[in-house]
Write a protein that binds this ligand. Structure first.
Ligand SMILES: Cc1ncc(COP(=O)(O)O)c(C=O)c1O
Length: 371
């Protein structure tokens, strides 16, 4: 691997120079994150502050209706709300049992009959994994030195058999982003019939002038599908709700390839959460502040990290990952799994402030022991 520690430390220094990176003790929000729970789970990129107060209230009041399927009218209301939010029409919205279900549907639609799908390495593997099961040919293109999607190399990998390209923005596990202008140019350069799938699960945590949704490309009739989820900024991973934005014909195909239908809790809580702007802003502010604390400590310890734009940080522990995960496990802290070929790198989810305190304490102890 030709990624140098210096490359990443330089990036780190630039990041640290960003204004607003300092930690400020966040005022207690009205939510009650699982305070003091053990083990501390920092391995699934969940948002521990959720669900929002509004979503919690509706979840509680819906318990007695768990014997019911969600009424069609309520699914339509959520679809309409999402369409309005995205500045599009309801026929371009598909709701899924998590965005993961929609990624699988897209893997099926584009991967069956030997369809070729291109993705970065490493990236979130739900779509490629599912596509492989249905007979897809997968082409993985390594991320660049800054651990970003290498769009030039991905474009060069396109062949006559290519059906889709998966871009995870920000990318899981590296956390890096692709600029909206670069995605637009990439989409414009593709042959007719190749679909670009942009997974924006973590976009709400990203910062930067040219970092924004690719959803506006869909209105122009391009073959672009954008995926969003309620599992991250909305803190509803357990409720299972996500959606796709796509051309009406593609949206209909995705809808017919789904394997489940939305549950009544997810449908109601998603609508409530979308309206809880104070909660969403509070989550973003707190997670970004904690993320800055983590990167400050990593820089202090001389550990390289990729530019984090999600609710997690991908960093080089400097030794085989198993040593680090074991060290943290002994402290009741669960951290991310291996992402080959980055065998010394760890993905750490931003938890609550006390959870981040515990992680940083562990990180410092680890640094002292291995210095
Ligand atoms: C990049 C990315 N996309 C999609 C998902 C799936 O999210 P969900 O199925 O909970 O909406 C995840 C989950 O971690 C993810 O990291």
């Amino acid at each position: 691997m030709d990624l140098s520690r210096r490359d990443l430390l330089t990036a780190s220094a630039l990041l640290l120079a960003r204004p607003g990176a300092a930690f400020s003790a966040a005022p207690a929000s009205s939510v009650d994150p699982a305070a003091g729970a053990k083990p501390i789970v920092l391995c699934w990129n969940e948002n521990p502050y959720g669900p929002s107060p509004a979503a919690r209230a509706i979840l509680r009041s819906t318990i007695t209706e768990a014997c019911r399927y969600p009424p069609d009218a309520e699914i339509q209301q959520l679809t309409d709300t999402l369409a309005k939010r995205e500045g599009t029409t309801p026929d371009r919205i598909v709701i899924g049992t998590g965005s993961g279900e929609l990624l699988c549907a897209l893997g099926l639609l584009h991967g069956r009959n030997g369809g070729e799908i291109i993705a970065a390495a490493p990236t979130y593997s739900e779509l490629p994994d599912y596509a492989r099961h249905v007979g897809a040919t997968l082409k993985f293109v390594p991320v660049d030195k800054q651990l970003r999607h290498d769009l030039t190399a991905m474009r060069a990998a396109v062949s006559e058999r290519t059906r889709a390209i998966y871009i995870c923005n920000p990318n899981n596990p590296t956390g890096t982003t692709v600029a909206a202008s670069a995605i637009r140019a990439f989409v414009d350069s593709l042959p007719e019939g190749v679909t670009t799938i942009v997974d924006e699960a973590y976009l709400d945590f990203a910062e930067g002038a040219d970092i924004r949704s690719a959803a506006d490309l869909i209105g122009g009739g391009k073959r672009v599908v954008v995926l969003r989820t309620f599992s991250k900024i909305h803190g509803m991973a357990g409720a299972r709700c996500g959606y796709a934005i796509a051309r009406p014909d593609t949206a209909a195909d995705i809808g017919s390839a789904r394997m489940s239908s939305a549950n009544i809790f997810a449908v109601r809580a998603a609508r409530a959460s979308l309206a809880d702007h104070a909660f969403l802003a509070d989550c973003r502010r707190r997670i970004l502040a904690s993320r800055a604390r983590v990167t400050t400590e990593l820089a202090h310890l001389g550990l390289a990290y990729a530019e984090p734009q999600g609710n997690f940080v991908f960093f080089d522990t400097g030794m085989p990952l198993a040593q680090f995960t074991e060290f943290m496990r002994a402290r009741d802290i669960l951290v991310g799994r291996p992402f080959p070929p980055y065998d010394t790198w760890c993905r750490i989810t931003i938890g609550t402030e006390p959870e981040v305190d515990a992680f940083l304490e562990g990180l410092r102890a680890f640094g002292n022991r291995h210095r």
